[in-house]
Design a binder for this molecule. Structure first.
Ligand code: G6P
Length: 608
């Protein structure tokens, strides 16, 4: 999604803005722009396409001198990707410049009002209405003006604003769209995400909903929407710039695939005490856990796929009924919440608009909420009653890998904990499961060490047009993720089916040479899945099977077999997903695509 960077200080602003925006490229964008105050006027350059074009147009920022500026990468929502729709936007006199992330939901109504007042609109964006409203309400007091606009707009926004007659102050405001303020000796920054400022500072403030920041060279002041000055706490970012850089890998995705053993370990270890699972941040007593009657697992994208897998784990181990929902459906379907319901919202970014709305829907209905979130201090993390952080570190590639893997771990920890507290598993079973969990990082390392077989196989299928993924039970959940990984970065049509559904339609699509990936990790469903493999093979499919070590029978029915190490039957997604991630990666690489930034996709979908 869109990215924001702003700077005020002793240095030239434009190169800092360009550099900061480059750190946010992973969010996905289709145009970019910067505006800099040069002592007498605010000058701007913007362009459709990659940041490189903007860098060339501005000669690395040299054509826009000045010490205060704002920059933006835009991912089109209102209006096509074009130079005119790119940010920053201005009022008519070019005395107010603004960049905006989010969506102004009532912009059409506001636009009509402003048009009646004589304002002319140049772009198709919702953002431009903010520039004209700021102009209309401006009375020489920027904070008061900004609050007036905030009171009138509905929707979400992270804003960076410059006023020509306030040359020593850069303004920021937010509601439901992330925005941070970075503080350093050489000046102060605003950004929609931490990596944009990490090169310059680790000291950041998180702007909360309906707050405003005024940044000067050497001071930062915060206000609430009632214009009252407020105190905020400075946070030191512990993670490294290097962690947000590629570290020698060709693509972030491969780096992040390789970081999975560590990410899984970091998520697991602090919560394992001897043979017990202790999740302090859960904020639930054993009595609370026993009182849970239903769990809603809600998320989007790959995070949703972890929920599909987790349903089998929670129901199988803890015997608690689970409903799994796509957040975009959950927020509107008016679920019937009963006494004892609890909603678990899963999100790597913690900013996905639908997931955040689903969280609020549950909260508004008095349902206990728990976030499984990776980004510390993100909206979902802040708003959920409790939050379990996945310690995956910054994830940059649009296609999630370590985010997915650590979400699975959080689900397992919860399910095993709940099961033991509710007495549906014995102490011995729990010990065995904890042992199995502890082995996962090494088992993932083993799979990664054998990546060449997958790479070889992928290289044979670079030209394929359709791929089907099949599995039963938890293997169906793994298939969903394998299919998504492939399609999102390789642009190959792929679909995941519960293997038992094949005969209800999909099998008619199988023809000579169609690639079918079958996941068979569940002993009780193994024979049934083998039958499905045979069904597609006799119709000409080429079958890649992923199964447990020792399950060699499948070799008679499949053309190519990948074995994963033995683990508890509920934890197989953590292992089976690895070859499927690598398959997607190598296909995308082999097709010469931009693995980390697939077309039309964004890392964090902060609009509906
Ligand atoms: C986007 C990303 C996916 C991710 C999904 C949910 O579609 O490309 O990788 O799974 O959003 O994101 P979240 O941050 O809520 O986990």
């Amino acid at each position: 999604m869109c990215g924001i960077v702003g700077y005020i200080g002793k240095e030239q602003a434009a190169p800092i803005l360009l550099d900061g925006l480059s750190k946010l490229e992973y969010r996905g964008y289709d145009s970019a722009g910067i505006a800099v105050f040069n002592g007498t006027s605010i000058e701007m350059t913007k362009s459709t396409g990659k940041l490189k074009i903007l860098e060339e147009l501005t000669q690395g920022g040299a054509t826009l001198p000045g010490n205060m500026g704002i920059g933006h990468t835009r991912w089109a929502t209102h209006g096509s990707p074009s130079d005119i729709n790119a940010h920053p936007h201005f009022n008519k006199e070019h005395s107010i410049a603004i960049v905006h992330n989010g969506i102004i939901e009532n912009y059409q109504k506001l636009k009509k009002h402003m048009e009646k007042r004589g304002y002319e609109f140049l772009s198709e964006t919702d953002t431009e209405v903010l520039a004209h409203m700021l102009d209309y309400y401006y009375n020489g007091d920027p904070v008061e003006t900004i609050t007036k606009v905030m009171h009138r707009v509905e929707g979400s926004y992270g804003l960076g604003i410059m006023f020509l007659d306030q040359p020593d102050c850069l303004y920021a405001a937010r509601k439901d769209s992330p925005l941070i303020v970075g503080q350093s000796d050489k000046g102060n920054f605003i950004a929609s995400d931490v990596p944009a400022v990490l090169k310059y500072t680790r000291e950041v403030y998180y702007i909360q909903n309906e707050e405003i920041a005024c940044l000067k060279n050497d001071s930062i002041t915060f206000f609430n929407i009632d214009k009252e000055e407020i105190e905020k706490e400075l946070t030191t970012i512990e993670w490294d710039v290097a962690a947000a850089e590629k570290g020698g890998y060709e693509f972030f995705m491969l780096k992040e695939i390789y970081e999975q053993p560590k990410a899984v370990r970091d998520t697991l270890n602090p919560r394992i005490k001897g043979n017990d699972i202790v999740i302090e941040e859960l904020g639930m007593t054993d009595e609370d856990i026993r009182a849970v009657r239903k769990i809603y697992l809600v998320a989007c994208g790959s995070a949703y796929h972890t929920c599909v897998a987790a349903k089998y784990v929670f129901e199988g181990l803890a015997r608690i009924p689970v409903e799994v929902d796509l957040a975009s459906e959950f927020r509107y379907r008016k679920p019937i919440f009963e006494e004892g319901a609890m909603a678990v919202i899963v999100s790597q970014s913690g900013e996905t608009a639908d997931s955040l709305a689903a969280l609020r829907e549950a909260k508004n209905n008095g349902v206990r909420t728990l976030g499984i979130v990776n980004v510390v201090g993100s909206s979902i993390a802040r708003e959920a009653d409790n939050v379990i952080y996945t310690w995956a570190g910054p994830e940059i590639a649009v296609a999630t890998t370590k985010g997915y893997s650590t979400q699975l771990i959080a689900h397992y920890l919860l399910a095993v904990k709940f099961a033991r507290v509710r007495g549906t598993i014995s102490a011995k079973e729990m010990t065995e499961m904890v042992e199995a969990l502890k082995c996962l990082p090494e088992q993932i390392e083993f799979l990664l060490a054998n990546k060449e077989r997958i790479q070889k196989f992928a290289n044979r299928y670079l030209a394929t047009e359709h791929v089907f993924f099949i599995g039963r039970g938890i293997d169906y959940a793994i298939s969903l993720e394998g299919s998504l990984k492939l399609k999102e970065i390789s642009y190959i049509h792929s679909e995941a089916y519960a293997a038992g559904e094949l005969k209800h339609g999909t099998i008619s699509l199988i023809e000579e040479g169609t690639l079918v990936t079958a996941v068979l990790t569940q002993d009780d469903l193994y024979q049934k899945s083998i039958s499905n493999v045979q069904e597609v093979r006799t119709r000409g499919a080429f079958v890649l099977a992923v199964t447990n070590t020792g399950h060699t029978e499948v070799e008679k029915s499949a053309d190519y077999v990948i074995y994963i190490p033995q683990t508890n039957k509920y934890f197989t997604p953590s292992l089976a997903v690895i070859p499927l991630q690598l398959f997607g990666y190598y296909i995308s690489l082999g097709r010469g695509l931009d693995v980390d930034k697939p077309r039309n996709l964004a890392k964090s979908v902060t609009v509906e």
